[in-house]
Design a protein around this ligand. Structure first.
Ligand SMILES: *Cc1c(COP(=O)(O)O)cnc(C)c1O
Length: 355
């Protein structure tokens, strides 16, 4: 038995793995891997995968959902191209590696980026607050959860600008108000499904208004929406498994139920980090992520001892991102509270022996 705390691609529910495996051998008499994406049985899968996102997040009228490829990394570019208007200026909040990536790609397509707030001064260990956002820019972009550093926005930034969010690592983990946003994008592999698909939720009003002189067909979100995510061959299997996972989510209380569980999981682990003298959390307490819990040993000379203990307990994926070090426990939707308890028990045992 392994307990997977990996940051992504990540754990999915066991029965989703089982159904996904079954479909490789038999999807209405074919393998899901050989079925044409134009076959009516697969068109039904795509339709359901889109529909279940709308159900799970209460997506209001006037918004569309699409599945593309390219990951959130291509989302950086697509978001900038989609939202570019006459000023070609946009506000970005820089809270870490992924936010920095979004800034870099926006600049490449000709956006004059105004970094209105950054937590770089303290190694991205907090969420900036009390900053002003100039009016009249094309949009504001932020990253709701900072997968690598372990911080998370616990509020939606206040702005009059159209709001764009990279929600890769916390979408479906908590209830959101989609109407606050003009564009949301998320790589699938953190909470939605396997790698290979990227989710876009977009307000219809923003489509077709890009002022970019450079808009290749694949990067034009409107073309994907108009073709119901079948502009070209979609990531057939990834979307299928995402659909299975969304079915599982909705059959188990939906996002509201997951949010409760995720709160309980994060509370359990953070309370151990705070109570245990051998561990320290990496980031400001009020900005702690409920999805990616980052922490370190108070005494780094005990690293080999602790690593041996958690590995011996069957825990995998606990090492911090290579740019941060220490530890990162990713508590995505499919990770049960009991797995967090296994980690907490290891931490307690470790401290009993070494404290
Ligand atoms: C993982 C991640 C990305 C990068 O996603 P890819 O799908 O690998 O391109 C971008 N943003 C956030 C917040 C992430 O967690």
């Amino acid at each position: 038995m392994k307990y997977n705390f990996g940051a992504g691609p990540c754990i999915l529910p066991q029965d989703v793995f089982k159904q996904a495996a079954d479909a490789v051998l038999d999807f209405n008499g074919l393998s899901i891997l050989e079925v044409s994406h134009r076959h009516k049985d697969y068109v039904a899968v795509m339709d359901e995968a889109i529909d279940l996102v709308k159900k799970a997040l209460n997506v209001p009228e006037g918004y569309s959902v699409a599945y593309l490829q390219g990951g959130a990394t291509l989302g950086f570019t697509i978001a900038a191209l989609t939202m570019m208007r006459d000023t070609k200026k946009a506000a970005y909040i820089n809270t870490g590696t992924w936010a920095s990536g979004a800034i870099k790609e926006a600049k490449k397509v000709g956006i004059d980026v105004n970094v209105v707030a950054s937590s770089e001064d303290k190694g991205f260990t907090y969420i900036p607050k009390n900053f002003t956002i100039p009016s009249g820019l094309d949009y504001l972009h932020y990253t709701s959860n900072n997968t690598i550093y372990g911080t998370q926005f616990h509020h939606v930034p206040k702005t009059d600008l159209p709001l764009v969010c990279d929600m890769s690592s916390d979408i479906f983990s908590q209830e959101i108000h989609v109407a606050d946003y003009d564009l949301i994008y998320a790589g699938a592999q953190k909470n939605l499904g396997p790698a290979g698909a990227t989710l876009y939720i977009v307000k219809n009003d923003v489509l077709g208004k890009s002022t970019s002189p450079f808009l290749p067909t694949y990067l034009d979100l409107k073309q994907h929406i108009d073709k119901d995510s079948m502009l070209n061959t979609p990531p057939v299997y990834s979307v299928y498994v995402a659909m299975l996972n969304l079915r599982h989510l909705l059959a188990n209380g939906g996002v509201a139920a997951k949010e409760k569980e995720n709160n309980a999981k994060a509370a359990l682990l953070y309370s151990e980090i705070d109570a245990n003298p051998l561990f320290t959390g990496n980031v400001a307490v009020e900005d702690r992520s409920k999805m990616n819990v980052t922490f370190k040993l108070s005494d780094e000379s005990l690293t080999a001892t602790f690593d041996e203990m958690w590995k011996g307990a069957g825990i995998v994926g606990l090492s911090g991102h290579r740019s941060v070090g220490g530890y990162r426990a990713s508590l995505y939707n499919a990770l049960p509270l009991s797995s967090v308890q296994v980690l907490v028990d290891v931490m307690k045992e470790f401290t009993k022996k070494n404290g």
